[in-house]
Ligand binder design. Structure first.
Ligand code: CMC
Length: 419
């Protein structure tokens, strides 16, 4: 443990430092306000460690992402459910543990029949992210907090994909397709999304493999906006389902998970405009325009996002295997090339992030654009659960930041007739 010195108004104060297993140093300012009367101000929390965590390690400068110590580049060959277990329980399951885990995840996929009625109340135009968030919150009405946590975790993971597929079926007016126990997680989701009672459906193994990879790449990303939201809500003592429903809402925003939908909409706009990149690069550089290059930039990665490298290669491979020629993939690659040569993007260390190529893959798999962020949510679910569970197990205080007040000082209320 080291010490950091702060001199405030000529007075010196010592604060202990804490070092993580990868050498990251944090200054522990828990006693700052009591000792000095001052607080820290860190808008957007870019320099604030909100917790200690043993789940995911990121080195943004070196483009490293590891789940429980395992590099992301090695995990593409795993099963998504195996990675979910790893994140939530801290170790890779052995054969017996994995079998039991998969069995439970399969057997809890059905929704309570009454929950189907909720979908009747949503308009056909409802965004599937709104339905997902509402339906996950409503799980707490069926499975109260005092029930076995491990069972509620299984229920949430198993039922989320059913809810997601039902949201899509609702939006296109097709009958809900029930899960089938012979399928694995990714296959079951594809079956519920794309099959209809009128004819047989076969899951395309290329598509199932691509989905498995996408889910794994999204499975956790330490204290990002939605995960911090899950921890924030959970720190009040709120139950698992409500905390994660809040995380889903946070993910929806276009600066976070909603970027994957926004990337495809941007690429379509560029295509419809004739395919010239420069105009859009210039727009993104003009702060007045309000336009950003979606799928570019990251709070943590300042060199490259390892997930985007994996996805770029996967997009090439999967489109090739499916025999799809998507002009948007060529547009995306061209846009990346031009942006990475532009001093604005180079100086600010802006690189493609996970959302830049994922949408191209979802399109090739037949997933509609407004479901992209739902796919991200399905992938991120194990991470949210793991982080919520870790917080509960490690002990926590209610999350309650402070502020620097900049409003009016005290003044007297005046009756309305005298204003
Ligand atoms: N296009 C144009 N300029 C950008 C972009 C972009 N996509 N991203 C950042 N900048 C500029 C920004 O204007 C700022 O410029 P200046 O220094 O002149 O004021 C500089 O780069 C630093 O950016 P920042 O906004 O301070 O960075 P941040 O860490 O607060 O925001 C971000 C990170 C991801 C929200 C942001 O890069 C962004 O809005 N990107 C587009 C949306 C996106 O792709 N989001 C997905 C993020 S990755 C997956 C996920 O979290 O879901």
């Amino acid at each position: 443990m080291g010490t950091a010195k702060l001199i405030l108004d000529g007075k010196e104060h010592d604060f202990p430092t804490t070092t993580g297993s990868e050498g990251e140093v944090g200054i522990d300012i828990a006693k700052l306000r009591a000792a000095t009367g001052a607080i820290t101000l860190d808008e957007g929390y870019g320099n604030t460690g909100s917790c200690k965590s043993a789940i995911t390690f990121i080195d943004g400068e070196r483009g490293i992402l590891r789940y429980r110590g395992y590099p992301i580049e090695q995990l593409g060959a795993a099963r998504f459910t195996e990675i979910a277990y790893l994140l939530i329980y801290g170790h890779l399951p052995n054969a017996a543990e994995f079998e039991a885990w998969r069995d439970k995840l399969t057997r809890h996929s059905l929704l309570h029949e009454d929950m189907k009625k909720f979908f009747e109340g949503f308009p056909a135009t409802a965004h599937p992210m709104a339905m997902l968030s509402a339906m996950v919150a409503s799980l707490s009405t069926y499975y109260p907090d005092d029930q076995d946590l491990d069972l509620n975790i299984v229920r949430l993971l198993a039922k989320a994909k059913t809810i997601a597929a039902f949201s899509y079926k609702k939006s296109i007016g097709q009958p809900f397709m029930y899960p089938r126990n012979g399928y694995n997680y990714a296959e079951n989701f594809l079956h519920m999304m794309f099959s209809v009672p009128a004819e047989p459906y076969e899951v395309n193994p290329v598509v199932a493999r691509a989905l498995n990879l996408l889910l794994i790449l999204h499975a956790d990303h330490e204290q990002n906006c939605s995960t911090s939201t899950v921890r924030m809500v959970g720190s009040s003592g709120a139950n698992l389902f409500s905390s994660i429903s809040a995380g889903i809402s946070a993910l929806w925003g276009p600066l976070h998970g909603g970027a994957n939908q926004a990337v495809i909409e941007m690429l379509e706009r560029i295509r419809d405009d004739g395919g010239g990149y420069q105009k859009f690069i210039d727009l993104a550089k003009d702060k007045e325009s309000g336009f950003k290059l979606m799928g570019f930039g990251h709070r943590v990665y300042k060199n490259f996002d390892p997930r985007s490298l994996i996805l770029k290669a996967a997009a090439d491979e999967v489109l090739d295997e499916l025999g799809i020629d998507d002009p948007l993939l060529d547009l995306a690659k061209g846009l990346e090339r031009v942006a990475l040569e532009d001093s604005y993007f180079v100086e600010r260390k802006l690189y493609p992030n996970v959302d830049f190529y994922s949408g191209i893959l979802y399109r090739a798999m037949g997933i509609p654009t407004n479901m992209f962020t739902v796919m991200f949510a399905l992938g991120r679910l194990p991470g949210w659960i793991a982080q919520w569970k870790e917080m509960r197990e490690e002990g926590y205080r209610i999350n309650r930041p402070r502020q620097i007040y900049i409003g009016e000082t005290a003044r007297d209320w005046v009756p309305v007739e005298r204003r």
